[in-house]
Ligand binder design. Structure first.
Ligand SMILES: Cc1ncc(C[n+]2csc(CCOP(=O)(O)OP(=O)(O)O)c2C)c(N)n1
Ligand code: SF4
Length: 279
């Protein structure tokens, strides 16, 4: 930029929203996530063209359409691989991957483990409502074993998947929990997650008021700033032993360097890519 070129005007949260009206049920927790994410991206002084938002399938995975950043609404359970590919090919972009607990922990569970282990520099937001919202209320890996519903009478009887514990054990470099009912707290955690190098995992408690209206009670149960960040895995693991799923804040800030493959630069044209694969 020459000395005479004016600096681009600072953007506000509204600049990160698209003009599509979300089709989420009125009162769905996911509204709070799109609001907080827009605030966080503005606070980070990014521009929509510097950000790629990748999702899987589910109500929560509709989020890229509601932002003005580059978006990819992908395949159920495969958002993390698409996000990692994007970051590796375009390290200049800020990559955010987003989706639900079904998408990320059930069909996408294996990718979750390896994304933590691989530690590519991106932020993964899971909107956890402990149910499959889009497909009308099946139990997910984070559903309580005794949640009684038409599709799981008397509950599944299965113990819950513990995302933060699993992320810690698998190597995630930043681990936090936030609540959509606290949009400022959520925006602040997202700012920290994007800034932290490597794989940042943010579990967001996001009520599904249609299939789990009792989750409206979460606003009385959450404890703001209950976690105090540490860079010691053992300390974070001990802290999780007394977590009931409603403690909020940053649990872990690791110091592993982000993974960026060495070797050839990404192909710049389709022709170049085809030439590399020619036998
Ligand atoms: C391969 C494949 N299997 C199953 C589905 C059906 N399906 C769509 S969304 C979804 C679950 C969504 O639940 P979650 O990720 O928790 O998101 P929510 O809708 O609750 O936000 C399922 C099973 C699909 N689209 N593709
Ligand atoms: S079904 Fe649940 S998760 Fe889906 S939009 Fe409605 S409230 Fe949100």
């Amino acid at each position: 930029m020459s000395e005479n070129t004016p600096a681009p005007a600072a953007l506000g949260p509204a600049d990160f929203k698209s003009d599509l009206k979300p089709v989420w049920c009125p009162g769905c927790g996911d509204f709070g996530v799109v609001n907080a994410l827009s605030k966080a991206l503005a606070r980070l002084e990014l521009r929509p063209e510097n950000v790629g938002i990748v999702s899987g399938i589910g109500c929560s995975s509709r989020i890229p359409a509601y932002t003005s950043a580059y978006g990819f609404h992908g395949v159920h359970g495969r958002a993390l691989v698409a996000g990692a590919g994007l970051k590796i090919a375009r390290p200049d972009l800020t990559v955010v991957v987003a989706g639900g607990d079904g998408d990320g922990y059930s069909i996408g569970g294996n990718h979750f483990l390896h994304a933590c282990r691989r530690n590519v520099d991106m932020t993964y937001i899971v909107m956890d409502n402990r149910v499959y919202g889009m497909t009308k209320g099946q139990a997910s890996p984070t559903t309580e074993p005794d949640w009684d519903s038409k599709l799981s009478p008397d509950g599944t009887g299965l113990r819950e998947f513990l995302p933060m514990t699993i992320a810690l054990a698998s190597g995630a470099n930043f681990i936090a929990r936030a609540f959509t009912g606290d949009p400022n707290g959520l925006a602040e955690i997202l700012v920290q997650a994007v800034r932290h190098p490597g794989f940042s995992f943010v579990e967001v408690l996001s009520p599904c008021i249609t299939f789990r209206p009792e989750q409206l009670d979460w606003k009385k149960r959450v404890r703001t700033d209950a976690f105090k960040p540490t860079s010691e895995v053992a300390r974070a693991a001990r802290r999780l032993l007394r977590d009931d799923g409603f403690d909020l804040g940053v649990l872990f800030r690791g110091e592993r360097p982000a993974f960026q493959p060495r070797g050839r630069r990404a192909a710049k044209t389709v022709q170049e890519l085809e030439a590399r694969f020619a036998l």
